[in-house]
Ligand binder design. Structure first.
Ligand code: LLP
Length: 431
């Protein structure tokens, strides 16, 4: 099995955290998102422990809610000692309504609205990650009106290409995110921020991309941030005490993907930072990271009911499922590979070559192509692994397909965390 929390039980069914996937499907219906809370906790603990052990004091991971944002995740993140980043008023409201402390929230976004800024300041959001000068002005004004000094990080682009997917590569100079160092604009941005009333600059943020496996790109990022921080110190006399490195490490989706040793990667980044700071005679900054995918992806499994098989002679065989791009658009968008198995026949040989197709009227609605699973009969439960991140978060009602329920499993017990969408929900907003 790809992950330790998955096993095959004595009925030959897939078990998630020890719970029979077919029982879950029977009880809660399909499609169904299953999230193993114990696995989420383990993932959090890996980051928290390694960042505490290797990085300067005060360093910590912030959960990037964009990967999977719903109320039930926030008590888990909070109790594991992590902060969180939010990218919209909707994500902030979700976290706050679940009791997550506002002081541990970092508010991101490339175009925060005036209302989001005003509400965030009043709600006591711990830190805003300011993307640009337009936003800086509004934030300064709102903070002064509220009579507070708002802590901020300035988002800069370090001009790096970490060789990940085009769509999730964000560190290049030509980017809509943040302000570039290379053109001199980041220095001007910092100068402006330091003289804006109502805000206190605590450091810099940059994000180079997602699904990065090696520490090297992060080390390059540290070099560039450190160089920039030294210029800021020389030119403006300001010493930044926080570097936020953005998203976390990649995760394996299929056996051939690299496995990541998160603790070893963090250690490598820490050693690089220490050497760089010693050379530049720069005080060690605390480091923040914003892992999303590596906190929830491998804790998630999606369960579908197979509609049956269809063989187009001379071409290929299709297995249809009762979900698809509406609950997981990642294959349609990025051709992302997934591990799929027949959860009802998990110990039978995986020898049926097929393409898994969703139910939308669109030939791109696929979950995986040319993979092998045990040949399913109509009603068999098909499991797609590693769907905890960017699945529910990116789901849609295309073709008016209803959003699935989400069940959390922990210590051998399951509980419904998000109920299945109904036709009434679907029509509720229409006047
Ligand atoms: N921080 C910032 C500023 C980000 O933009 C992102 C991801 C993260 C943190 C979290 O990165 P992670 O640890 O999850 O790699 N929809 C795409 C992923 C888009 C990621 C966008 N930003 C996908 O499904 O692969």
């Amino acid at each position: 099995m790809l992950y330790d929390n998955l096993s095959i039980n004595d009925k030959g069914h897939l078990a998630i955290g020890g719970i029979d996937a077919c029982d879950l499907a029977a009880e809660y219906g399909t499609p169904l998102y299953v999230l193993d809370e114990d696995q989420v906790r383990k993932n959090c603990q890996t980051y928290v422990a390694a960042m505490k052990k290797y990085l300067p004091e005060g360093s910590m991971p912030l959960y990037a809610g964009k990967a999977l944002c719903f109320r039930g995740i926030y008590p888990v993140i909070d109790s594991e000692g992590m902060g969180a980043d939010v990218v919209s008023g909707g994500e902030a409201a979700t976290a706050l309504s679940a009791g997550f402390p506002a002081s541990k929230l970092f508010f991101h976004g490339t175009n925060k609205t005036d209302d989001e800024i005003a509400n965030g300041v009043r709600q006591g959001i711990g830190c805003f990650v300011v993307d640009n000068t337009n936003e800086l002005e509004v934030l300064g004004r709102e903070a002064q009106a509220a009579g507070v000094v708002q802590k901020i990080l300035l988002r800069v682009t370090v001009g790096l290409d970490p060789h990940t997917l085009e769509a999730i590569n964000t560190g290049r100079v030509d980017s809509q995110f943040g302000v570039p160092i290379e053109t001199g604009q980041a220095l001007a941005f910092t100068r402006a921020a330091l003289s804006t009333s109502g805000v206190e600059v605590i450091g810099f943020h940059s994000h180079i991309g997602s699904q990065i496996f090696e520490p090297d790109s992060f080390c390059d990022q540290v070099d560039r941030l450190l160089d920039f921080a030294c210029s800021v110190r020389n030119e403006l006399g300001f010493v930044a005490g926080t570097f936020n490195l953005g998203g976390g490490f990649g995760v394996p989706y299929v056996e051939s993907d690299p496995k990541v040793d998160i603790a070893a990667n963090i250690r490598a980044i820490a050693e690089h930072l220490e050497a760089g700071c010693a050379k530049a005679d720069y005080p060690l900054p605390r480091i923040l990271m914003e892992p999303g995918r590596s906190i929830v992806a491998n804790a998630g499994v999606t369960l579908y009911a197979a509609g049956g098989t269809k063989t187009v002679e001379g071409y290929r065989s299709y297995v249809t499922v009762d979900g698809g791009m509406t609950d997981n658009p990642r294959y349609a968008l990025y051709k992302s590979a997934y591990t799929v198995l027949n959860a009802s026949r998990a110990s039978a040989p995986a020898d049926f070559l097929c393409t898994i197709a969703g139910r939308c009227c669109e030939s791109g609605d696929r979950i995986a192509e040319e993979i092998r699973i045990a040949e399913p009969r109509r009603g068999d439960i098909i499991a797609v692994l590693t769907t905890g991140a960017y699945n529910f978060a990116m789901s849609s009602n295309y073709n008016r397909v209803l959003r699935p329920a989400l069940v959390m499993v922990s210590q051998g017990k399951a509980r419904l965390a998000i109920r299945r969408q109904t036709i009434e929900d679907l029509l509720a907003l229409e006047l």
